[in-house]
Design a protein around this ligand. Structure first.
Ligand SMILES: [Zn+2]
Length: 294
């Protein structure tokens, strides 16, 4: 009798343990790649200041009530550049197909180069380094430069890397080189190019070739993307949730990365789970048989 009761009990224990292991193995991480919008939001020179005005914040009758007014230029903080920003007739913000706002994340880590050279531009060899580790850049990719600039935000003189934050001619920050963007357009099928700095063209540009190239090819831009250190260089899905602003040339975006723990770890957990199950079943059968004999 003892054995026949113990077997289902052990099987239940096994089931619980393996479910717990598998659940842990599929653990999903969600990372916010967005700076909060407030009075410190960094805008390109010439933009009006951010405005946040409290309309209501009080007890009304038997309940609390809050509502605010805010206004913002499109191109400030963590935001999206629609292709129309630098290319006449291309998609404005509300026209961007929603499937272009989600895609596999490709994080190009140039932190050490950008530390050594504040005017660094992501070049074709940086993309080749990424592809040598992870394979070809996937279809619909969202290619993001991580220059380590996130820790400078929102200090304007650190973000623009200049004592004169109203004069773009004095700016020194990294971004993409037009040759790398040309290569991506010609050889890979990408949806978005983004940077953790205030512009897709580096601080010292005079002609904004990257903005022009992206716009002409209906490729979306992201600027001031935050906290890229917290996302794996590949295997994350990135979502660029821009405000659906009618006729906009861009707009504030909530950028989010989603990824699961790395697959090698996951496979190990699955293997452990299977071995545990086999051992449990064999032990249960042995105990069952032993008790019947007893
Ligand atoms: Zn912009």
């Amino acid at each position: 009798m003892f054995g026949s009761e113990v077997v289902p009990f052990l099987l239940l224990v096994f089931l619980g343990v393996s479910m717990a292991i598998i659940y842990h193995g599929e653990n999903t991480r969600v990372v916010d790649l967005t700076f909060a919008m407030n009075a410190s939001t960094v805008y390109w020179p010439g933009s009006p200041d951010f405005n946040f005005t409290i309309l209501n914040r009080q007890e009304i009758g038997n309940h609390w009530y809050e509502a605010n007014y805010f206004s913002t230029a499109e191109h400030g903080g963590t935001h999206l550049d629609a292709p129309a920003h630098f290319s006449k007739g291309k998609w404005r913000t509300h026209e961007i197909p929603v499937e272009r706002l989600v895609g596999p994340g490709v994080i190009i880590d140039v932190r050490s180069k950008a530390t050594a050279n504040h005017d660094y531009r992501v070049h074709i060899p940086d993309i080749e380094v990424w592809e040598s580790k992870y394979g070809n850049i996937p279809q619909g990719a969202i290619v993001l430069m991580n220059s380590g600039w996130t820790k400078r935000y929102p200090d304007k003189s650190l973000v623009f890397n200049s004592e004169n934050t109203t004069d773009p001619e004095t700016f020194h920050f990294p971004a993409f080189h037009e040759d790398a963007v040309k290569w991506l357009i010609q050889h890979r099928n990408i949806s978005i190019v983004g940077v953790d700095t205030p512009s897709l063209d580096y601080g010292q540009t005079k002609t904004f070739p990257v903005h022009q190239l992206l716009g002409a090819n209906n490729i979306i831009g992201l600027e001031n993307v935050a906290y890229l250190d917290k996302v794996p260089e590949h295997s994350a899905i990135i979502f660029a949730g821009v405000t659906k602003l009618y006729d906009g040339s861009g707009g504030p975006a909530r950028v989010i990365a989603i990824y699961t723990i790395d697959s090698s770890n996951y496979n190990t957990l699955i293997t452990i789970s299977i071995i545990t199950s086999i051992i449990t079943v064999v032990l249960s059968l042995l105990i069952f048989r032993f008790c019947r004999l007893g």
